[in-house]
Design a protein around this ligand. Structure first.
Ligand code: ADP
Ligand code: MG
Length: 313
């Protein structure tokens, strides 16, 4: 879907991206991660030509991006950024509708799409449609930013720390929402973050960038279990590696198929990390797990979490 070939970019003679080679497949949720200043935003902006590259080629759908008009490219790629960038004097509805309007969609189709997205992002349309950005919380503004990026159903979604400024609860909710949208739509998403937990949670593959160079490209599990070097191991956090690993696995996977036990019940999307946390908090050694439909799916035992792989507690 998007291919970087030997991409280089300098600002005032200083290289910020150096010989970048990367293929982003259709339907991936690729996360670019690295320290501040490592070149992540620059890489993202080169995809939709907000920043030109100096050397190499970037292909979109098999064609060099310089073959597209910047405007056409941007209409096919949603772009959501941390600072949101909503137009302050436009209503929520008009902000979300900006790209469909540019594309000349009929009014009725635009209205329906705006309401659909507001509902998807948990902002009841009749309550939020006519509000202005300053009448929303930061988290709600970021939701509108994401809705706007999704509005014209673009092939690609580029997201630069879209949940950066949020409180942890709102961030977790939006992360789950993005995951769901990705699974439902199969869109190609490129997301920039400096938060390793966010990367591990969301990514189909993680690209770790350091000083404009790719250090490792790997699935979240491979990044944790097979770090390419000491830099990667440090970046993913040696001390709570086990907890991060638990956060990649779902509780329902390890649950035993048996009737519910008295005590607490975990939601379907709970990770083993959340399960272990809940068991520690409530001083219990087992929890019930429900499936996606909310029905009892089984019982997870602490002993099974800590049992050797393949072993039976
Ligand atoms: P990240 O998103 O990983 O924090 P950036 O891609 O924003 O990193 O920046 C990479 C490097 O390029 C940084 O050293 C930054 O200061 C520099 N840089 C970014 N944009 C510009 C610009 N417009 N002019 C000059 N230097 C820039
Ligand atoms: Mg950045």
């Amino acid at each position: 879907m998007i291919r970087f070939e030997h991409i280089g970019k300098s600002y005032a003679g200083v290289a910020v991206v150096d010989d970048l080679n990367l293929h982003i497949a259709r339907g991936e949720l690729l996360v670019l991660i690295g320290a501040s200043g490592s070149g992540k935003s620059t890489i993202l902006k080169m995809i939709n030509r907000l920043e030109p590259h100096d050397v190499g080629r970037i292909l979109f759908d098999g064609q060099e991006i310089y073959a597209f008009k910047p405007r056409d490219l941007r209409l096919r790629m949603g772009y959501a950024i941390q600072s949101v960038g909503l137009f302050p004097h436009w209503t929520v509805a008009r902000n979300i509708a900006s790209v469909p309007q540019l594309l000349g969609w009929p009014a009725a189709k635009i209205t329906a799409r705006v309401d659909e997205l507001l509902t998807l992002l948990d902002l009841p349309p009749e309550q939020y449609r006519q509000r202005f950005p300053h009448e929303l919380s930061g988290g709600q503004q970021q939701r509108v930013g994401v809705a706007r990026a999704l509005a014209a159903d673009p092939d690609v979604l580029l997201m630069d720390e879209p949940f950066g400024a949020l409180d942890p609860v709102t961030r977790a909710a939006l992360q789950q929402e993005l995951k769901r949208i990705h699974q439902l739509s199969g869109k190609t998403i490129v997301l920039v973050t400096h938060d390793i937990d966010e990367a591990l949670l969301l990514a189909t593959r993680v690209v770790l960038i350091d000083q404009g160079k790719v250090v490792q490209v790997a699935t979240p599990l491979a990044l944790l279990t097979q770090p390419a070097n000491a830099f990667v191991a440090d970046f993913v956090g040696r001390s709570d590696l086990g907890l991060k690993w638990l956060s990649l696995r779902s509780a329902v996977e390890l649950a035993r198929a048996q009737p519910a036990v008295p005590g607490i019940t975990l939601p379907a999307q709970a990770s083993l990390r959340e399960a272990v946390s809940a068991m520690a908090l409530h001083r219990v050694a087992s929890v019930n797990v429900v499936d996606a439909a909310g029905l009892h799916a089984g019982v997870l035992y602490a002993a099974d979490v800590f049992a050797p792989p393949g072993g039976c507690a």
